[in-house]
Design a protein around this ligand. Structure first.
Ligand code: 5CA
Ligand code: ZN
Length: 409
């Protein structure tokens, strides 16, 4: 499917810094060393209740990864999926008496609009689960042939014991895995499985649900993890630089995806870093579709909130921390945006050379966007109190904030 239009990324003088980022698999900070073309896969939305502030915060984190890489003069090969067929989407369509394809299309269109408004750089390949099915079926067949998958009453499961590295992404113990599996789309209670954690690769057609021809797998639809694996392997191959998503995807989704791919190829690792964003909450609870406690990007835009202010509200929090969306968070961002705009509206000002360095360094240091904002705040405060005759300074600040933070002043 098509993605959304790219906003231009201004080139900055000098060269950016290599990204040091927290990797869930090793539990520590690693220095990424991508080739001239950095490769990243970010899990996309399941298209209903899009785009809430939690989604926006997670995509903001991975947009920063891209911007840091672009600043090092690398190209970025960015792939994102849309889970346009899955249990929760179908359940929502049934609840609302809506055709599931219409729901998915409408919500994906809304997501594209929100991403465009927020100046999130688009993926090079934006791929839906449905359009990926012809690539998924042969992978499931290969896993069956390799003995890494098995059939249970027409459904096909992946055997987690077939990957010696299973557990290496999340490092959770069996009990924690079991609880999260039950919570996040798995079926650890189903009798007959080799390991209760084994996830479904192919679900045989259910009455009243959409299904596709799976060749010798029979009619059915793909499991969730194999969807992202098929798309990532197709467009990026093994050993790509970053697998990204919110922290709720570390287990089971990214753990299972890594094991699927490693069992399929015999190669290790699937991704060189697994990067996870913290959860955004509202009123003391994780913002989630199931709880319905959502603040939507599109609703704020309709109220006339400048998307640049929404972006600044996201950037004010470190991507790894869990945080709460409040009216105050937005009010602070609106005020900061006005302050920055006033500061760059003067024809000249304080040299911004040091500021470019500070913003670069903050972001290269595990995407420390609050530190980057603080550096711009300091420049803006000194600029407002007068002094400085550098004619290039305000323009350079605008370009820096645009190129590295995605905020148009
Ligand atoms: N389609 C799958 C991924 S393949 C999925 O998880 N879709 S989603 O719509 O539920 O979430 C999309 C992304 O937003 C995921 O990376 C998820 O971790 C992230 N996300 C969901 N809720 C929040 C939240 N409250 N805070 C931060 N990120 C969130
Ligand atoms: Zn995914």
């Amino acid at each position: 499917m098509h993605a959304w239009p790219a906003s231009e990324v201004p080139a900055l003088p000098g060269k950016g810094r290599d990204l040091r980022i927290h990797d869930t698999a090793t539990g520590g900070r690693i220095t990424l060393d991508p080739g001239p073309v950095a490769r990243i896969y970010v899990c996309g939305i399941t298209p209903y209740d899009a785009t809430h502030m939690g989604h926006a915060a997670t995509y903001n984190a991975f947009d920063l990864v891209q911007r840091v890489w672009l600043d090092t003069k690398r190209q970025v090969h960015y792939v994102q999926n849309v889970t346009d067929v899955d249990d929760p989407l179908l359940e929502r369509a049934v609840r609302d008496g809506e055709d599931w394809t219409e729901l998915a299309e409408r919500e994906t269109a809304l997501f594209r609009e929100d991403m465009t408004a927020l100046r999130m750089l688009p993926p090079k390949h934006y791929v839906g689960a449905v359009e990926a099915i012809p690539g998924i079926v042969p992978l499931v067949e290969r896993l069956l042939d390799a003995g890494a998958a098995y059939e249970l009453d027409g459904d096909v499961y992946f055997f987690v014991g077939s990957d010696p590295h299973f557990g290496g992404v999340s490092h959770l113990d069996a009990e924690a895995m079991r609880l999260l599996s039950a919570e996040r789309g798995g079926d650890p209670e189903r009798p007959g499985k080799k390991n209760p954690l084994d996830p479904m690769l192919w679900m045989a057609a259910r009455e009243g649900e959409p299904s596709w021809d799976g060749g010798r797998l029979g009619r059915g639809r793909p499991g969730w993890h194999i969807e992202c694996v098929a798309i990532a392997l197709d467009h990026l191959g093994m050993g790509f630089d970053v697998q990204g998503g919110g922290s709720d995807l570390a287990f089971p989704h990214h753990e299972m995806g890594a094991s699927h791919a490693q069992a399929l190829t015999g190669e290790y690792p699937f991704a060189r870093a697994y990067v996870h964003a913290g959860m955004v909450g509202l009123d003391g609870e994780k913002m989630s579709k199931s709880k319905g406690n959502l603040v939507f990007v599109s609703a704020l835009r309709r109220e006339g909130v400048d998307p640049a202010a929404i972006r600044l509200a996201l950037l004010a929090h470190h991507y790894r921390s869990d945080w709460e969306w409040t009216g105050q968070v937005l009010a602070d961002a609106v005020e900061r945006l006005a302050r920055w705009r006033a500061a760059v509206s003067r024809p000249d000002g304080l040299s911004a050379d040091a500021l470019v360095d500070e913003v670069r360094e903050a972001l290269a240091d595990d995407l420390d966007s609050p530190a980057a904002l603080a550096a711009v705040d300091r420049w803006a405060a000194r600029q407002t109190s007068g002094g400085g005759t550098d004619e290039g300074a305000p323009g350079l600040v605008s370009r820096t904030v645009d190129a590295l933070l995605g905020v148009a002043l």
